[in-house]
Design a protein around this ligand. Sequence first.
Ligand code: M6R
Length: 609
Amino acid sequence: MCGIVGYIGNKEAIDVVLNGLRALEYRGYDSSGVAYIESNGSGRVVKQAGRVEHLLPGLDQEKSKIHIAIGHTRWATHGLPNTLNAHPHTNSDGSIMVVHNGIIENYLEIKRELAKNGYKLITQTDTEVIPHLIDYYLKRLGSFEEAITAALNDLKGAYAVAVLATAEPEKIYAAKLSSPLVIGVGRHNEYILASDPNAIMEHTKKVVFLEDYDLAVISKDKLSIKDLRKNTLKSAKAELLDYDRDKSSKGDFPNFMLKEIFEAPQAIKSATLGRVQADKGIVKLGGLETVTTQLKLIDRIVIVACGTSYYAGLVGEYLIEELAGIPVEVQLASEFKYRSEPFSRSSVLLAISQSGETADTIAALKKVKDYGCLRLGIVNAAGSTITRLTDAGVYCHAGPEQAVASTKAFISQVTVLTLLALYLSDGTKGYRNLLKELDLLPDKVQAVLDQAEKIKTIALKYKDSKDFMYIGRGYVYPCALEGALKLKETSYIHAEGYAAGEMKHGPLALIDEDFPTLAIATDSPLLEKTYSNIEEIRARSGRVVALATEGNKKIGKLVNDVIYLPKTLEITQPILSVVAMQLFAYYIAESKELNIDKPRNLAKSVTVE
Ligand code: M6R
């Protein structure tokens, strides 16, 4: 999704900004642009529909003289992904240049007011109102800082903005509300601003996370932060980010998705490292130690998340209810925010997110801020907004996930949810079997990965399908939903996930020889029932690929193709099944020669509601 980078210092600002934008490319975008102050003090904007690389020819010969610049990658929300709508946006004379992430909800209202005052806006974007509004206030208030303060106070919705102005050629102004923005403090009189720490790490790990309603005024040797609500200065608290850049390269893999699928065994090991002592039946979650007493008093957990994290949450519901006996509800974060529902102080809101920056999930956490309930997180990205909004939480430690299609994050989320369920249970000692199985799981996942070629051969038989059904029961029902999501987002094939038992209540009407099904028929007490559901599909000429447990003699006769998975407990089955389905979706997408890491229309970090 949209990305912001800014730089002020002694280095070549345009290069720093372009490199930062490249580091954000994984998030997905459709147009890009930069703005900078030239050595003669005038402002310049270079932007276009397309990739960051395409900006290069338009950039100045005098690049070496530029030491202040901002840049943007846009993921269109308002208006087509064309050059006109690309950021930076400016006021009419180009003296105020703005890049913006988020959505200005009252932009039409502001646009109308600006029009009444003679302003002519030319793009379809919401962002364009910002430079014009600053211009409007600048003409009335005189000071740039007062003008930007007044303009920001008029905006409703979510924003992270960086602003350059020829009137203040040695400053970058930056502000945020419900959209992340972080400032890297460089070693030699320099600051790097970005919407995602990935764009900063090359320069420094010392960062200041801006908070909502902060306005930062950044010059080469000074960073000051004002609280827009109180109109007072506050201190800039710098922290050190724990980040390993090496983990974010593709290595020998053709793309990030395949690399990240193959990182599943490591994801399980990292999620359990130092947290489990299988022989003693101990689960320790250091991130929850500060809230142990409160956790003893809870009577309900509401999980909020989106997409793949939501499906991990659904697996979590089965896990926590079975192992800890605590009622769990899982809600789509985008729905939760707008529901009126009873929510007591003894309920916990548990947000699950890979990026920790998903706007819907953040909105859900903010909604319950004053309810007096505990807010927990299961997050992969260290230092992200969700980790800072929650009272306590557990990191996934899966390492950076770059492909838009989430893979290893799901594996680590489900692993952490298993640990959490055990942690919340009365006694983990009774679960030694499960803890031992968690120890064995990385090898079992590796055995699934070792079958990649076989899974590919089966996947290719189905690559021309226009539709796909995924079914499962119990713990693997949410996995069917996740399997379908993986297929649709990577290969653009219409896919639906259903509880196998629901097929007869409607979806069976869809089934014919052109509508295949992937049935998760791994060992469980419900297996016989899943067989019946498969028979019903076969009776309607539907082709079926099954995921089954090694040693299953019956399934081969029932279905067209079988992918065998190692024996495991029913509880740990989701991890093995999902890895197989990730590979299945991957190979179909690969055969279609699609942009696997960046599927069309999607973004990695969904920072708008
Ligand atoms: O970063 P998050 O886990 O909060 O992201 C949630 C979803 O946007 C994400 O899982 C999305 O559905 C993925 N593209 C799925 O592969």
